[in-house]
Design a protein around this ligand. Structure first.
Ligand code: NAD
Length: 433
């Protein structure tokens, strides 16, 4: 709200809060903890997963992210960051715990937010600030977090300040984006927002935009929902292009020459822990008024099946076809496989009866066996590209050609250089009729 933005600069917060307790040491919480610790705060990082705590005490950093290990080790060495399984008294509590959806019902699971909030109750004191960073359905802070905080006997608003500050970082660029991105700060009141502004202002170079809590919750969801709907639109354009015989990639580039058009890229489905999940938080809040959002989710969820259909059609004349999936991460140049469409595509192809092998040198952990390149390609009929890792274009195409039984490629990401066609592969691009 505008009133906050104008009034806040004149609101005085008595003292800089120096000690922070951060709940959840995952992709968001661990960099946050280390960033504050290297910017003058004493930070207690808390995780209920004792393996994470034990590993970190030994200097083993659970999250692979460029620059993170150096930052965390610097924070631990400075003694400004310590990790443990239980919270303790602090000036600020920041909650960064998971907020998944139930895969069957698509309803949000807020149990982690509830238990993290409950866990700080014994340590809360007058003057504390509690910040929720987890992505949540609108009204969660007001209807779930604040009622729990009220059990502390302290007056929320008067004695405890509360803010909602969503995280907008991109995995792979988390540390840069932490500092450079603008941040949305939703305050319960002016004092809460001002306290959170001072806190994040200690390292954020982007602008800090102040608003009220529920608006901040909704902003985060709107950002990812916009992207999901845009990708669904690109996927529809892709299917139409296949039907009418044009190249959707060329059409999108040309349409985006319009100064007010920005169509996203089609692909084998939407993965990751944000874009495929966050729209459900809005849908569940208002089932009746979310037809477009629901439809976009359906379109994107159906993409793995659509891609599997293309594979089936392309290989229909081959007996006992062998498919080699290139890239099982949920997007190119990332190692993260959460909600990756590759899992679904592989599962469908196996059900149809294909032999499927998977190759992804960036990924360590995947439900299906990941093979070395030569084993994955030996006697294979088709390379199916599901994540556009840059490194695929550096592979030796002649060696690959010699390993395969049939020289087919299905590229769902429009990612291959012309080198592959020049070396004799037949390339079927998604969205190129
Ligand atoms: N990963 C991202 O890039 C990203 C970006 C923007 C927003 N978010 C949001 O941030 C939140 C956290 O995501 P994440 O990716 O860091 O999750 P994560 O799964 O990587 O880490 C969460 C950690 O919280 C711990 N935890 C669970 N309950 C706890 C409790 N009661 N007390 C202390 N620790 C507890 C878990 O053991 C886990 O280590 C989610 O709401 C997510 O949607 C994530």
């Amino acid at each position: 709200m505008l009133y906050l933005r104008t009034a806040l600069d004149n609101t005085r917060v008595d003292a800089m809060n120096r000690k922070i307790c951060i709940l959840g040491l995952g992709y968001v919480g661990l960099p946050t903890a280390s960033m504050f610790a290297t910017h003058g705060y004493d930070v207690v990082g808390v995780d209920v997963n004792e393996d994470i705590v034990k590993n970190m005490e030994k200097g083993n950093i659970p999250i692979k992210e460029p620059g993170l290990e150096t930052l965390v080790l610097a924070a631990l060495k400075s003694n400004r960051l310590k990790v443990q399984a239980k919270p303790e008294k602090a000036d600020v509590f920041i909650i960064c715990v998971p907020t998944p959806i139930n895969e069957a019902t698509k309803e949000p699971d807020l149990s982690y937010v509830k238990s993290a909030t409950e866990s700080i109750l014994p340590y809360l004191e007058k003057g504390n600030l509690v910040v929720l960073e987890s992505t949540v359905p609108p009204l969660t802070t007001q209807n779930i977090v604040i009622p729990i905080l009220k059990k502390s006997d302290l007056k929320v608003g008067e004695e405890i300040s509360v803010a909602y500050c969503p995280e907008r970082v991109l995995p792979g660029k988390i540390l840069t984006e932490f500092v450079k991105n603008d941040r949305i700060i939703g305050g319960l009141d002016k004092k809460s927002a001002q306290m959170a502004k001072e806190l994040y202002g200690s390292f954020v170079e982007g602008n800090l935009h102040l608003t009220e809590i529920t608006c901040a919750e909704m902003v985060k969801l709107m950002e990812n929902t916009f992207r999901d709907v845009n990708i669904a639109l690109a996927n529809e354009f892709m299917k139409i292009s296949e039907r009418i015989g044009i190249d959707v990639w060329e059409a999108i580039i040309l349409a985006n020459k319009h100064p007010r058009v920005d169509i996203h890229r089609p692909g084998p489905g939407v993965g990751g822990h944000c874009i495929a999940v966050d729209p459900w938080f809005i849908i569940n809040t208002d089932v009746e008024d979310t037809n477009l959002i629901k439809s976009a989710r359906k379109t994107n969820d159906e993409m793995p099946g659509y891609v599997a259909g293309i594979v089936e059609n392309e290989l229909k004349d081959i007996e006992k076809p062998v498919v080699t999936v290139f890239g099982v991460a949920y997007k190119g140049n990332f190692r993260d496989t959460r909600q990756s469409p590759a899992k679904e595509v592989i599962s469908i192809l196996l059900d149809i009866g294909f032999e499927v092998r998977a190759y992804d040198p960036l990924v360590e952990d995947f439900p299906y066996e990941l093979m070395p390149l030569d084993k994955a390609l030996d006697g294979s009929d088709c390379i199916l590209i599901l994540a556009n890792h840059r490194l695929f274009n550096n592979l030796d195409t002649k060696t690959i050609f010699s390993l395969m039984r049939n020289k087919k490629i299905i590229d769902t990401m429009n990612s291959l250089s012309s080198n592959w066609i020049e070396n004799g592969f037949s390339v079927r691009k998604l969205g190129n009729g």
